[in-house]
Design a protein around this ligand. Structure first.
Ligand SMILES: NC(=O)c1ccc[n+]([C@@H]2O[C@H](COP(=O)([O-])OP(=O)(O)OC[C@H]3O[C@@H](n4cnc5c(N)ncnc54)[C@H](OP(=O)(O)O)[C@@H]3O)[C@@H](O)[C@H]2O)c1
Length: 223
């Protein structure tokens, strides 16, 4: 955003701003035209809805008081199609709180970040084996997410959603094999439709061929 002449000011707990306690929020949003909320719950479990409810209530109140004209959040493609998962329900809750709030808004829904694969692989690793379901995934590089969010943030509020996604769709087990092989990691991926968080995903709801497609391919990103 700074490159296009806008002044983007990052905040998080490391700069003394806490979206849960509300500490520093009024000062952080003072004078801002747009608030972009990229915060995340520390866990993906049943505590995550409370994180998104409290953080959105606090941020919307501060932004409204400060006269902010556009509020942007980053959500997940297909989040409302996976109600079995606490975290995906929490992201849908976050979207609904924003849409019901007093400020013109935009929801950018992204597919899974390429940077997220290491965590996904670690969740279901047991010794030399990683169990992964064949869930279709359309990974996107976080730098492409940043560009897409910045573009939306400086535009007129969508008062709706925009989907962004990487250029290629992989089955998650295949993606795991590509990631491990590129790193020379000796773990073996075993296809297991019951393994890990993505086992709850039915069909291809986390992908969107009609999304705004980002340029970075997974193997180029790995390189
Ligand atoms: N990862 C994915 O594949 C993916 C895909 C689609 C959408 N998204 C969405 O994108 C957003 C960011 O995800 P991410 O994976 O980049 O998350 P992340 O790496 O965990 O980053 C979360 C950020 O939130 C900040 N934060 C956490 N608690 C806070 C608090 N109480 N007060 C102020 N700041 C707080 C952290 O601050 P510190 O830096 O100070 O710790 C950190 O900068 C999330 O809303 C997520 O749902 C992620």
């Amino acid at each position: 955003m700074n490159a296009t002449g806008h002044e983007a000011v990052p905040h998080s707990q490391s700069t003394g701003v806490d979206v849960i306690s509300g500490q520093g929020l009024d000062e952080a949003v003072a004078g801002a035209d747009v608030v972009v909320n990229l915060t995340n719950s520390p866990t993906f479990d049943e505590a995550s809805p409370a994180f998104f409810r409290t953080s959105m209530d606090n941020l919307l109140a501060a932004a409204h008081k400060g006269g902010v004209g556009h509020f942007v959040i980053l959500s997940i493609v297909g989040t409302d199609r996976v109600p079995e998962l606490d975290y995906y329900r929490a992201k849908t809750l976050q979207e609904n709180i924003l849409a019901a709030g007093p400020i013109p808004y935009s929801i950018v829904r992204a597919t899974q970040f390429m940077e997220f694969m290491d965590a996904v692989l670690s969740w279901t690793t047991d010794g030399d084996t990683v169990r992964l379901p064949a869930t279709p995934i359309q990974p996107i590089a976080s730098k492409d997410v940043a560009s897409a969010v910045a573009e939306v943030a400086v535009g007129a509020p969508l008062n709706g959603r925009r989907n962004i996604a990487g250029p290629e769709i992989f089955n998650l087990d295949e993606l795991g094999r590509v990631a491990l092989s590129h790193k020379g990691d000796n773990r073996t991926v075993v296809t297991d439709p019951t393994a890990g968080m993505f086992a709850a995903v039915k069909g291809d709801v986390l992908t969107d061929k009609n999304a705004h497609l980002a340029p970075t391919r997974y193997t180029d990103w790995l390189s």
